[in-house]
Design a protein around this ligand. Structure first.
Ligand SMILES: Cc1cc2nc3c(=O)[nH]c(=O)nc-3n(C[C@H](O)[C@H](O)[C@H](O)COP(=O)(O)OP(=O)(O)OC[C@H]3O[C@@H](n4cnc5c(N)ncnc54)[C@H](O)[C@@H]3O)c2cc1C
Length: 429
């Protein structure tokens, strides 16, 4: 174990791995140390896309740069009909393993079960980074072949918690955001960034379920395909189609998670917000009224049966409640105005957002290290020479669909390349 590294990277997620690999590919002579807090590297990547790993999207900027990284590192990918890019085998875990093996093969030193605690700039000569073995790390095997191929915390100290310091010339923070702490991202990088002189914008859970005021218990477990819209003071603020999942106190589904990113940071600013769901997006208003009117004429219909086959039954009940009608009322007794109210409730099922599910459920963090303080081409800090950031620790959050992993790969690759080049041309920062 060296006491000095050319490059020290905090966090072995997708951004850290991409950076470590790129440094060694660009400048094999440089020594690179990758420290990971969890007992297994890249836990969030392994869970991404329900284990399938939506790695990127054909609509992402600078896609070629990321695809080249995949192909250079033997990651086979496939594109689905909506532009999402997955590993060909649809196993995110295999991507993590492949990248860990590649990094090891290139000579990156990787240690798991090590938490970076602090870093101090050393008078323009790089950084002193302080870290400690997490308790329980260093002895047990996690059962993964990646864990077997990386160093364990015990290489530094048998004493969990004892602080160790190493010096490095370049320090890259790739510790991720603050959500899904079980995968290792607990916001540690923000504190270090602040201590090293950076501003961190307000941190908000994003891509998460949205809580509503209405009692959704009768709808619990229902899934419906529709268009979800967010209105702010009557103005359309966001709209997306997709599957909406009803939980007892919240809405979920990809389109709702994307909507959650458009909500104000503070719940105090939710006044005047409404969510409207078009439950029958294939019907024009007039066509829907015609359908209801024609069905009304069939013998033996009730208000409830008018909606059968249009929406699932619990939703039909809720729509009729919204239209102030009894489901058992004879259809023949409904007026033209009643039918319009039903159609309006079907096309604009309205709910009042009151909050969002927090850090435990959010897929990403909105906010982070201020982008204005980081060179967007090199990811170098504009405040502390030799410091770099990549991935979710930066103030970036994209929608569902591969955008967040794409950002982690792209910024990791660029930081890695820039760090390697900075040794031959330090002014390149
Ligand atoms: C359930 C879930 C599913 C997702 N699915 C997708 C998807 O399919 N497509 C998509 O684009 N995005 C997805 N995302 C988001 C995406 O996974 C993240 O944006 C991405 O992993 C960020 O990469 P990163 O390398 O910046 O950070 P992370 O992946 O969070 O990695 C950071 C690493 O740093 C380590 N670390 C943290 N603090 C320290 C410390 N003090 N010392 C040492 N190490 C530390 C962490 O343990 C972690 O391994 C998903 C997120 C979740 C939670």
């Amino acid at each position: 174990m060296e006491k000095y590294y050319d490059v020290l990277i905090m966090g072995a997620g997708p951004a850290g791995l991409a950076a470590a690999i790129t440094v060694k590919e660009s400048a094999p002579q440089l020594s690179v140390l990758l420290l990971e807090k969890k007992e297994q590297a890249a836990k969030k990547l392994r869970a991404a896309g329900n284990g399938r790993g939506n790695l990127s999207n054909s609509r992402c900027e600078d896609l070629e740069e990321v695809l080249r990284f995949f192909s250079q590192n033997g990651i086979a990918v496939r594109l689905d009909s909506e532009g999402r890019i997955y590993p060909y085998s649809e196993e995110a875990d295999a991507v993590a393993e492949a990248l860990l093996n590649r990094a090891r093969g290139l000579g990156v030193e990787i240690y798991t079960g090590i938490k970076v605690r602090d870093a101090k700039a050393a008078d323009g000569k790089g950084f002193r980074v302080f870290f400690a073995a997490e308790s329980g790390a260093g002895s047990g095997a996690s059962g993964s072949s990646a864990a077997a191929s990386v160093g364990r915390a015990g290489a530094f100290s048998d004493n969990a918690g004892a602080e160790i310091a190493l010096d490095c010339a370049r320090f890259l923070i790739t510790s991720g955001g603050k959500s899904f702490a079980a995968y290792g991202s607990t916001g540690d990088g923000y504190g270090l960034a602040r201590a090293l002189g950076h501003n961190v914008s307000a941190l908000v859970p994003a891509l998460t379920a949205v809580e509503v005021a209405e009692d959704l218990r009768p709808l619990r477990g229902v899934r419906a395909k529709g268009i979800v819209s967010l209105f702010s003071g009557g103005d359309l603020a966001f709209q997306e189609s997709g599957e909406i999942q009803f939980r007892e106190d919240a809405l979920s589904g990809i389109c709702v998670m994307n909507l959650s990113s458009q909500l104000p940071a503070s719940q105090h600013d939710f006044a005047g917000l409404k969510i409207m769901i078009n439950l029958v997006p294939d019907f024009e208003a007039a066509g829907l009224i015609d359908f209801l009117r024609a069905k009304q004429k069939l013998p033996g219909q009730s208000a409830g049966s008018l909606l059968e086959t249009l929406v699932k039954r619990p939703l039909a009940d809720a729509v009729l409640r919204a239209a102030a009608l009894e489901k058992g009322a004879a259809a023949a007794s409904l007026s033209a105005a009643d039918l319009v109210r039903i159609a309006n409730a079907l096309r604009g099922f309205t709910l009042t957002p009151t909050g969002r599910k927090g850090w435990k459920e959010a897929q990403v963090t909105r906010g982070g290290v201020a982008l204005a303080e980081v060179n967007q081409k090199t990811l170098a800090s504009l405040i502390a020479p030799g410091l770099y950031f990549a991935g979710e620790v930066l103030d970036y959050d994209g929608p569902c669909g591969g955008y967040n992993l794409h950002h982690a790969w792209l910024t990791g690759i660029r930081a890695g390349r820039a760090m390697a080049q900075s040794f031959s041309a330090p002014s390149g920062d």
